[in-house]
Ligand binder design. Structure first.
Ligand SMILES: Nc1ncnc2c1ncn2[C@@H]1O[C@H](COP(=O)(O)OP(=O)(O)O)[C@@H](O)[C@H]1O
Ligand SMILES: O=C(COP(=O)(O)O)[C@H](O)[C@H](O)COP(=O)(O)O
Length: 308
């Protein structure tokens, strides 16, 4: 059993869904067992300074990556840090906060896999890659509702950031153990999101062969495991369609929960009504099976890491 904190990285561009997934995983692991760190706190410049210099928050030079790395090393050995705080409302920094790591630490942000030393700090690495049109929709709505911007301002900022997204954010995908893509299926009238999980062989995934055997060329179940390539390398891909039924979801949950008794309370067979819930872009509460299964699979890896 590991007696140091287990560290999960969640990386992706702005409004890719990092905070939403982080909260969902913390709920499965028990919020009292989880310390959440947002790496926006390691911005080197405040909003006014960034505008003056003409640099975006996505550029490595705009962040104290060295201090982030020091802090992750300390957290990994169970030591406390004095973490800066970037305030998204004011665009400036608040007084730093003292943080002692809990059993699990989730580190979410823009540049979490950009150096070798930082990457080596994690037990599990997740990258969020929604299609760009969906991310734009999420960012516009979220930044209007929560961060006080207008639609024009958000779109102009995204345009300004595009070069840095391409150069510094997206290349980090290749370092992830799991790449998560929520997307809107093409079928007419579909409003719920499906998920595509790229499972790299960098960590041992649950045994999904039972699911693999159910697929065939002529029959495409709502939950399926496929072999594919991602960034040129062979990977397993677990697809969960938005229209998967609760019975189909339960089958997958059983695979996870039989191996990991701690997760049992979160399998919907046991009737947990909270898993997969999220706050939508207009503040509405939604519930998604694809999100619930994503939360469970990542929580599975965190608990597995603690057992090592
Ligand atoms: N899995 C999801 N399903 C539906 N909507 C989502 C999902 N993830 C994120 N969103 C929406 O996108 C918005 C931005 O997500 P958020 O988690 O704040 O992104 P990030 O932390 O990466 O900036 C959220 O306000 C939420 O409404
Ligand atoms: O891109 C992000 C990261 O946050 P998230 O991933 O949660 O979107 C923020 O916009 C910057 O940290 C600061 O920018 P601003 O000047 O808008 O505060």
């Amino acid at each position: 059993m590991s007696d140091r904190p287990i560290i999960l990285g969640i990386v992706g561009d702005s409004a890719a869904g990092k905070t939403t997934l982080t909260k969902g995983i913390a709920q499965v692991l028990g919020p009292e067992n989880v310390t959440i760190i947002c790496t926006d706190d390691y911005h080197r410049y405040d909003r006014t300074q960034r505008a003056e210099i003409g640099i975006t928050a996505l550029h490595p030079d705009c962040n104290y990556l060295d201090i982030m790395q020091q802090h992750l090393s300390l957290l990994r050995t169970g030591q406390a840090i004095l973490k800066p705080i970037y305030n998204h409302t004011t665009g400036t920094f608040d007084a730093p906060e003292y943080i002692k790591p809990s059993k699990f630490v989730i580190v979410e942000g823009l540049l979490g896999y950009s150096t070798r030393a930082i990457r080596d700090s994690y037990d599990v690495k997740v990258y969020l890659a929604p299609p760009e049109n969906l991310r734009t929709e999420w960012k516009v709505k979220r930044d209007i509702m929560k961060r006080g911007y207008t639609e024009e301002q958000v779109l102009a900022e995204m345009k300004k950031r595009e070069g840095d997204s391409e150069d510094f954010i997206r290349p980090q995908r290749k370092f992830a153990d799991v790449v998560v893509t929520f997307y809107l299926p093409e079928e007419d009238n579909e409003v719920n999101l499906s998920v595509r999980l790229v499972l790299r062989p960098t960590i041992p995934h649950p045994d999904f062969t039972e699911i693999l055997s159910q697929s065939s060329d002529s029959f495409k179940p709502a939950i399926r495991l496929e072999l594919d390539r991602d960034m040129g390398k062979p990977v397993d891909v677990l697809e969960v369609d938005s229209h998967a039924t609760s019975e189909q979801v339960n089958e997958l949950e059983k695979i996870l929960c039989n191996e990991m008794p701690h997760l049992r309370g979160f399998c919907s067979t046991e009737g947990n009504s909270e898993i997969g819930k999220l706050v939508g872009t207009t503040g509405e509460i939604l519930q998604s099976y694809p999100l619930a299964l994503t939360q469970l699979i990542i929580a599975y890896h965190m608990i597995k890491a603690i057992q090592k």
